[in-house]
Design a protein around this ligand. Structure first.
Ligand SMILES: [Zn+2]
Length: 101
């Protein structure tokens, strides 16, 4: 495949993976702060989701609103697929340089 064809193939597979996200989602238990809350009093607390990611080498996290959870999970899956494609790119690049020499 020519360089241009490879580039077109890359652009189309990447655009299909929009939005691609890198990070992870985990479930956490959070207190709501209401003294009258029975769930918190029982120690069971409330189910919440946190998105954790790295920014400039520092771990950060962001609350995930429940309606956004599925969308975020799909985006994370896209991110993993994108990383797989990037590894493939490296192998293609290394193979093609070997052929030239
Ligand atoms: Zn509560």
């Amino acid at each position: 495949m020519s360089e241009d064809q490879n580039k077109l193939k890359w652009v189309s597979s990447v655009s299909e993976l929009y939005p691609a996200v890198k990070g992870s989602v985990r479930e956490v238990k959070k207190g709501c702060g209401y003294k009258s809350c029975k769930l918190c009093a029982s120690g069971e607390k409330h189910q919440a989701y946190l998105f954790t990611y790295y920014k400039d080498g520092k771990q950060c996290s962001h609350h995930v609103p429940k309606p956004k959870l599925e969308e975020l999970r799909k985006a994370l899956e896209n991110g993993r697929e994108l990383e797989r494609l990037m590894v493939e790119n490296a192998l293609v690049l290394l193979k093609s340089s070997r052929k030239k020499k």
